[in-house]
Write a protein that binds this ligand. Structure first.
Ligand code: NAD
Length: 280
């Protein structure tokens, strides 16, 4: 029977560890505070922002909420970020993505003080990750490393294949697996014979953004399969990039959707808020 990697339980454990750290900081007179900015009222973004605020309340991090109208200009947003960069009592700044089309996301990410970049998207954070210097690591891939480690899955020396090369998942995932001494291959939309590559993987991380694309034909017997995808199927139920029922019999461990990678992202955001205090 394959191991079902329980992201709910592991994320709860991490939040409890963060809660203890936040309490210890408070006892020394240091408060942890996250500013969350949302532009517009995209319903999915509102759910994510709501969950982030709930997690802050649970671990004892103060959250400041900035709900800006859809028509907010880039200058107005940049000026708010500048103001928050200058406030010593604000440790982390999170701008919920995606932003409305008239705002340049890269310019916004670059405007955040790297020491307050709790999403780990700033070029300085990404650069630090690449060369192994201290910094904040983006939440989803950092959460996947925690899932593997806390499930007793060794990464060193393993063939690790990542499907997807996005800046927020695929690329940082590959670098983190490399940092853990995996032998890493990154695949993408232009990869020739994807199945041939993925079937080499001892650890297969799937961030392809296509519902149930990965079937057992892509998976080596006994592989560990990490499914990053989140989609709603025709019955409005959540599913991942992996065809779970099909892959389950051939893998040695797998993350379910929901309850796998998803809950880890917010737990690691909480972890990153404390990390940013340490960096400051
Ligand atoms: P993205 O669309 O930015 O990237 C998808 C990647 O897949 C691209 O690099 C592309 O080259 C590659 N790709 C597309 N078609 C391919 C194919 N046929 N063969 C091989 N590679 C192919 O997506 P993303 O932002 O990295 O997100 C991936 C998935 O993870 C999405 O479903 C997203 O919703 C989900 N996600 C979940 C969390 C979480 O917290 N669990 C966080 C971020 C993203």
């Amino acid at each position: 029977m394959p191991q079902i990697i329980d992201g709910k339980q592991i994320s709860a454990q991490i939040k409890d560890e963060v809660k203890e750290k936040v309490a210890a900081l408070k006892a020394q007179g240091t408060m942890v505070c996250l500013a969350v900015i949302q532009v517009g009222a995209d319903p999915a973004s509102s759910v994510y922002v709501g969950n982030k605020k709930k997690a802050c309340a649970y671990v004892g991090i103060e959250s400041l909420s900035y709900e800006l109208p859809e028509e907010t200009s880039q200058e107005e947003l940049l000026s708010l970020i500048d103001e928050l960069n200058g406030k010593p009592e604000v440790n982390g700044i999170l701008v919920q993505l995606p932003l409305p089309g008239h705002i340049d996301e890269d310019a916004v990410i670059r405007a955040i003080d790297p020491k307050k970049d709790v999403d780990g998207f700033h070029p300085q954070s990404v650069g630090a990750l690449c060369i192994g210097q201290p910094g904040v690591v983006s939440c989803t891939p950092a959460g996947i490393i925690e899932l593997l480690k806390r499930s007793g899955i060794e990464i060193a020396g393993k063939e690790c294949v990542v499907i997807g090369r996005s800046n927020i998942v695929g690329k940082p995932m590959a670098i983190l697996l490399l940092r853990e001494n995996g032998t890493v291959t990154v695949t993408h939309s232009r990869t020739r014979d994807l199945k041939e590559v993925t079937r080499r993987a001892d650890i297969l991380v799937v961030a392809v953004g296509k519902p149930k694309m990965i079937t057992k034909e892509y998976v080596k017997d006994g592989a560990v399969v990490i499914d990053v995808g989140i989609h709603r199927n025709e019955n409005h139920k959540l599913c991942g990039d992996v065809d779970y029922e099909d892959v389950l019999p051939v893998c040695s461990a797998i993350t379910p959707v929901p309850g796998g990678v998803g809950p880890m992202t917010i737990a690691m955001l909480m972890y990153n808020c404390v990390r940013s205090v340490e960096l400051q």
